[in-house]
Ligand binder design. Structure first.
Ligand code: KG4
Ligand code: ZN
Length: 337
């Protein structure tokens, strides 16, 4: 089964074609990051407009690279939640129109389920059940993936996502948007002990996260240094932030696996590209005998392949929709879109 999938939930206009789920025939991503970098973050209205400009081209390229004819596409999918609502609507409406024109089913896909599915693309042998850690610009969640479309939320952030904290701290340091990858690179030359940062303590739900305290502490540290005319050693602060995020996330991910009795864990999302987080996950999983799946960096950020892959499993579960399908800015990962 060949699926053309569209992803426009944030600032990447992406399209891909999958065959029977995991085989990716083409993958095209147009990143708007340069444009948003001028403003220090994603400007939703600009994102929507850019998606409109690029979507036909990106989808045409994905189709051309797949080597398939239009009539060989069996279904069209799109991310319908969660994300920037205006941005989502561009991709979803484009995909619905394609489905209608081709006379093929339309498959709405949950963006976070897509991130998890990046692991199916990267690792042909991986099958549920497993525990998933998804850390991106908008989300930080732990989920129990019982089956491809049966996913239970175990923990989420109470405030900011890990990526949001990375981006805000990076911006305060004067690094270009999106700052997570730049912080990661800087951290390699840094000493995480130089700037002590707080760890959030959450009562109640032990698998929830909070990153706003870390974000504020780092931002204040930068501002205070500026007011006193002192220079921040960015590499040391970057190292401290990377370590703080990893220390906030990894023990909870291990605890989630323990609670669920899972011996397999998969990470996903843009922040899963972070080398400090990856190294700590690898170390802890090895120690505790948990098999760890870490997708390659190209599949951590937003892309069409992950949506095209998850769409196949949604289709098998009967999750297809008509033209009335709407988009939603927020939606729990446990719900079908
Ligand atoms: O999954 P993603 O591409 O988009 C969303 O769905 O949000 O994640 C983007 C986020 C941004 O906050 C970006 O700064 C962060 O992932 N990111 C990183 C790294 N690469 C991207 N954060 C830390 N370390 C990295 N290497
Ligand atoms: Zn994403």
């Amino acid at each position: 089964m060949n699926i053309l999938a569209i992803e426009t939930s944030c600032d990447e206009t992406a399209a891909a074609v999958s065959q029977d789920g995991r085989k990716i025939l083409s993958d095209v991503v147009y990143s708007q990051a340069d444009m948003h970098a001028l403003y220090g973050g994603v400007v939703p209205e600009i994102a929507s407009r850019k998606h409109i400009e690029k979507i036909s081209l990106v989808a045409d390229q994905a189709l051309a690279q797949s080597g398939l004819k239009r009539r060989e596409i069996d279904a069209v999918a799109a991310t319908c939640a969660p994300g920037l609502i205006g941005a989502l609507l561009v991709g979803a409406n484009f995909a619905k129109a394609c489905a209608q024109a081709l006379g093929k089913p339309f498959i709405p896909v949950h963006h976070i389920r897509g991130h998890i599915a990046a692991n199916y693309v990267a690792f042909p042998q991986l099958e549920p059940p497993f525990v998933a850690l998804v850390a991106s610009g908008g989300h930080t969640i732990l989920a129990d993936v019982e089956d491809y479309t049966k996913i239970e939320l175990l923990g989420t952030t109470r405030d900011d996502a890990a990526g949001e904290a990375f981006d805000k701290i990076a911006r305060t340091l004067g690094l270009p948007y999106p700052g997570g990858a730049a912080m990661d690179r800087l951290a390699r030359q840094g000493d995480p002990e130089v700037y002590p940062l707080p760890m959030a303590k959450l009562s109640g739900s032990p698998l929830d996260f909070s990153f706003s305290g870390l974000k504020t502490a780092a931002v204040n540290l930068i501002h205070n240094a500026g007011q006193k005319g002192r220079e921040i050693q960015t590499q040391h602060l970057a190292a401290a932030v990377c370590r703080a995020v990893a220390q906030a996330v990894v023990p909870k991910a291990m605890e989630a696996a323990r609670q669920r009795g899972r011996r397999v864990m998969a990470a996903a999302g843009g922040v899963a590209a972070n080398s400090v987080l990856r190294a700590m996950l690898e170390r802890e999983c090895k120690k505790q005998g948990v098999a760890l799946y870490l997708p390659p960096l190209s599949l951590c950020g937003d892309n069409g392949s992950m949506i095209a892959c998850q769409a196949y499993y949604e289709y098998l579960a009967g999750n297809v929709a008509g033209l009335e399908q709407n988009c939603y800015a927020t939606m729990p990962v446990s719900e079908r879109v």
